[in-house]
Design a binder for this molecule. Structure first.
Ligand code: PMP
Length: 416
């Protein structure tokens, strides 16, 4: 067994068995085996999820919450069962706290447009960090335009870590909301969210966690994290696109006005006055993404069928192997090396633009992300216009890291 193959073998985790569940991983790209290293942008889907969605449309589909007939009742039960799976997955206190959205982006916009419009006033402060994704910046800028509130930005150290003492200085009596990534999609940094929760709450502010990457790489217990809002997208969690989750404490959801008006979110409607359904229906106007929600439930079932502790340990091993291998490639500089980070690795290579690098790697079947990763302010702080990013999932092998390294050596011959 070569070094890379030996590193894949953990007593309780068989990465090749996991890979066999993901049909797309068997395909070729440009005549080469696919090496998919862009799971942080979107993860591939296991057969169990694909088959569930196919089964829903083949034999179980109808609209939910409406029909008093077998198929509609069946679809409603499956849709609501998916909500219960999400509740258990994040350890929410009540299933009423799980709102389905079309993704994390919509979930943050929902909080900004409802809770934000009601509770944020001119001069109030919202604290973000320098590592945020545009999805956790722009909705707050829109809120700033509407209310006259102020955005304050907590700094990031050059290794990608957050200095909690510096963070504390930004929070003050005017802070009403702290909205930060659980895990950075560019740097892989796991933010010190428990300490941030304490600081936010001591100031009387609420804490929103953008859990897009956190839900994938960490074991999320929303009650233990101490946050007030947690959002994520299914498609990064091996589930379908078009569905995401807003978790919020029930009293917050109860106090928030609706986001959109329409069917399903009402109690009674007259032309004179409408009353709202209780949460979560209040925030789910119109026909929801039914098969997508059920598909997310299947993704959660799938993850629960694995040894998740072993899977997480495998991902960390892949990350460590990738970091040490990348560091040995001449001219490569790692971006994001904070202790305890998640399995997302950005880097730059001297003399090669990240886009050119990604294009050359693609010719060898290797999919990596190149660009600003929807974090332009962070790029500016890091002094780069773009990075190349390799991100790893439950199916990534050490051989794929070797393929990336070989691809980089080849790219140096082509590009330099
Ligand atoms: N926040 C982070 C940290 C992300 O990584 C992403 C996806 N790249 C988003 C927000 C936005 O997620 P979506 O596009 O699924 O709404």
């Amino acid at each position: 067994m070569n070094k890379a193959a030996a590193l894949n073998t953990k007593p309780t985790y068989d990465v090749m068995k996991v890979r066999a569940d993901f049909p797309i991983l068997a395909r070729q790209v440009h005549g080469k085996p696919l090496v998919y290293l862009d799971s942080a942008a979107s993860a591939q889907k296991p057969r169990q999820v694909i088959e569930t969605i196919s089964r829903v449309y083949t034999s179980e589909y109808a609209n939910v919450h409406r029909g008093a007939y077998f198929l509609s009742e069946h679809a409603t039960a499956a849709y609501e069962a998916a909500r219960e799976k999400v509740q258990a997955f994040v350890n929410a206190a009540s299933v009423k706290e799980i709102v389905f959205t079309k993704g994390a982006t919509e979930a943050i916009n929902l909080v900004a447009a409802t809770w934000g419009r009601k509770f944020i006033k001119a001069g109030d402060e919202i604290v973000l960090t320098a590592v945020e994704h545009h999805s956790n910046i722009v909705p707050w800028q829109l809120l700033r335009e509407a209310t006259g509130c102020v955005l304050k930005i907590a700094p990031v150290r050059l290794d990608g870590s957050i200095d909690i003492a510096e963070f504390a200085k930004i929070i003050g009596p005017k802070t009403k909301l702290v909205a930060v990534a659980h895990v950075s999609n560019v740097l892989g940094t796991v933010l010190p969210v428990r300490e941030i929760a304490e600081l936010a709450h001591a100031a009387g502010a609420k804490l929103l966690l953008d859990g897009c990457q956190g839900i994938v790489h960490e074991f999320v217990d929303v009650q233990d994290l101490g946050c007030d809002f947690y959002v994520f997208s299914s498609h990064k969690l091996y589930g379908p696109t078009g569905i995401g989750v807003l978790w919020a404490r029930l009293e917050l959801l109860e106090a928030m006005p609706p986001y959109q008006g329409g069917g399903d979110m009402i109690d009674t409607v007259t032309f004179a006055k409408t009353t709202w359904a209780p949460p979560p229906a209040k925030f789910e106007a119109g026909t929801p993404p039914i098969a997508e929600a059920i598909g997310l439930g299947a993704a959660i079932d799938y993850l629960n069928s694995l040894d998740r502790v072993a899977a997480a340990a495998h991902e960390k091993d892949v990350l460590r192997y990738a970091m040490s291998s990348l560091a040995q490639v001449p001219g490569v500089r790692l971006i994001g090396t904070a202790p305890g980070k998640a399995s997302v690795q950005s880097f730059v290579m001297e003399g090669a633009h990240p886009h050119d690098l990604a294009t050359v790697l693609d010719r060898s079947g290797i999919s990596v992300r190149a660009g600003h990763h929807c974090a332009q302010p962070l790029m500016e702080i890091l002094g780069v216009t773009a990075t190349t990013r390799a991100s790893f999932g439950i199916y990534t092998t050490m051989q794929e890291v070797d393929a990336l390294i070989a691809g980089l050596h080849k790219a140096q011959q082509v590009l330099l």
